[in-house]
Design a protein around this ligand. Structure first.
Ligand SMILES: Cc1cc2nc3c(=O)[nH]c(=O)nc-3n(C[C@H](O)[C@H](O)[C@H](O)COP(=O)(O)O)c2cc1C
Length: 367
């Protein structure tokens, strides 16, 4: 049914408008108490075997919504209502900014992929912090990750100050905090992945988070799939050295290899980060590399090209404690999480695992 809706309505709409419309419906449904309960019952049934703990947090399952969908933290409860086990909001920058001019989001339907050059359009750390401050924090509110990045107009040399500002404002509301240094749409941002820049940045964010809250806020770094393998290893080593809590891999790619979409169309779309199915193989590869390097000492969150329960399962058995997705949500719609959860439950049982956590990294043991 969603396929029909997608083909008849969304596919013909500008992708960013379609996003706003769909997100509006989700928020609307979650604001009506009876409807919210009903939708949750249908879309978010939870098998106890999928319950998992990571980063010191208890989650109903491993499958979260990746950063970029809810940039300002305006629809967290609605997104949990449709089945996401946790929601990563952002990227949020120190200062508000409009992002790049539209059009800036494109569908590559034949590739089940997206290209975006949104450029961190967001309301800025002060406003998002004020919104998060209003949220009740109870055991039934979803786990919220807060993903932070650099304000475009801030010089690369002053990047640390901008991340620190966001951290001071947002850390106390974050169940976990992500330093995003991997989006391709802020000039120079990805240079911060170089260990010489990343070390001081992560150190400063860690200190700022510790100053802002009495409790430990888990800190993760999100990396690009375009890093060379040695650089992936270097980030892993740095994360261990600094006592980071985890790594999120991966963000979108600047690569355009192996696409079905015509070269002319790709050229017409232009710059931006590619996400969705074409990212699958590299995201798995980066995960395997990180797992080999860190051997369970860091929480690994795998994202990039996850479409099916099988994809999510592959990540889990290759060492991902948590998984996330974004692009396939656009193509598969509101039943996506339900399908992933059902498939994962079946796999946990078929594999004879006690629970999902017992399956993490099991591919290595059996291969
Ligand atoms: C439209 C769009 C906007 C995104 N914005 C962000 C962002 O602000 N911050 C971020 O860390 N990742 C962002 N991402 C990347 C996703 O979080 C994710 O890492 C990437 O899309 C790969 O996952 P997927 O193949 O499941 O989409 C964005 C992705 C898309 C498609």
């Amino acid at each position: 049914m969603y396929k029909l809706l997608f083909d008849l309505v969304f596919k013909k709409m500008d992708p960013e408008k379609a996003h706003h419309l769909a997100f509006f419906w989700i928020r609307l449904a979650s604001s009506v108490p009876g409807l919210r309960t009903l939708v949750r019952l249908v879309l978010a049934p939870r098998d106890r075997a999928l319950r998992t703990s990571a980063l010191g947090l208890d989650l109903p399952g491993p499958f979260g919504l990746a950063a970029g969908f809810d940039k300002n933290g305006v629809g967290i409860d609605g997104l949990a209502m449709i089945g996401f086990d946790y929601v990563e909001i952002g990227t949020i920058t120190g200062e508000p900014q409009p992002g790049n001019p539209a059009p800036r989001l494109f569908r590559l339907v034949e590739d089940r992929a997206l290209v975006n050059r949104m450029g961190f359009n967001n309301q800025g750390s002060a406003r998002v912090a004020a919104r998060l401050a209003q949220r009740p924090h109870t055991s039934s509110t979803p786990v919220v990750g807060v993903n932070i990045g650099k304000t475009k107009v801030v010089e690369e040399a002053d990047a640390i100050g901008d991340y620190v500002k966001s951290t001071e404002r947002l850390a106390k509301y974050a169940d976990y905090l992500v330093v995003n240094v991997s989006s391709p749409n802020t000039p120079g941002l990805r240079n911060l992945q170089a260990v010489s820049h990343l070390g001081p940045l992560l150190g400063a964010v860690r200190e700022a988070a510790d100053r802002s809250t009495a409790h430990h806020v888990p800190l993760l770094v999100k990396i690009a799939p375009d890093l060379a393998d040695e650089d992936v290893d270097a980030v892993a080593d740095l994360a261990l050295e600094l006592g980071l809590d985890g790594i999120i891999a991966t963000n979108t790619t600047i690569g355009r290899e192996g696409l079905r979409t015509s070269a002319a169309r790709i050229e017409e779309i232009g710059m931006g980060g590619l996400s969705g199915a074409p990212l699958k193989a590299r995201a798995l590869e980066v995960l395997q590399r990180l797992r080999a390097r860190t051997e369970g000492r860091l929480v690994l969150v795998s994202v990039g090209g996850i479409e099916t329960a099988e994809d999510a399962w592959q990540r889990i058995i290759h060492g991902a404690d948590l998984v996330q997705g974004y692009s396939a949500f656009i193509y598969q719609g509101p039943f996506w999480c339900r399908r992933i959860h059902k498939g994962l439950s079946a796999k946990v049982r078929a594999g004879g695992f006690r629970d999902l956590a017992a399956a993490v990294g099991s591919a290595k043991a059996s291969s």
